[in-house]
Design a protein around this ligand. Structure first.
Ligand SMILES: [Zn+2]
Length: 91
């Protein structure tokens, strides 16, 4: 089971569909289950979209930490803390 990804609200309307695409496929990307087309599209998008890059980095970090600690899932507090740190950096 994976939690639904909560998108970070974006102010720019232009990249809306690409952001949606990136967030929808986030977990597939992390699990390397993406099709090459989707992966390329996502990489191209996060290269210039810092909110999506931040979201991707958060999930990647949480995943790494969870794997390292052998926990079943990251505590919500950890996720929130990483989220805060990364959005500050990305902002
Ligand atoms: Zn985006």
């Amino acid at each position: 089971m994976t939690d639904p990804v909560v998108p970070i609200p974006h102010e720019r309307a232009e990249g809306e569909n690409e952001c949606e695409h990136a967030l929808v496929h986030l977990n597939e990307y992390l699990d390397s289950e993406m099709t090459p087309e989707d992966e390329q599209r996502m990489r191209a998008h996060v290269a210039h979209c810092s909110p999506c890059l931040a979201e991707l980095s958060i999930e990647e970090l949480v995943k790494q930490l969870v794997r390292r600690s052998c926990a079943e899932r990251a505590p919500e507090t950890l996720r929130v803390r990483i989220h805060e740190q990364i959005t500050i950096l990305a902002g």
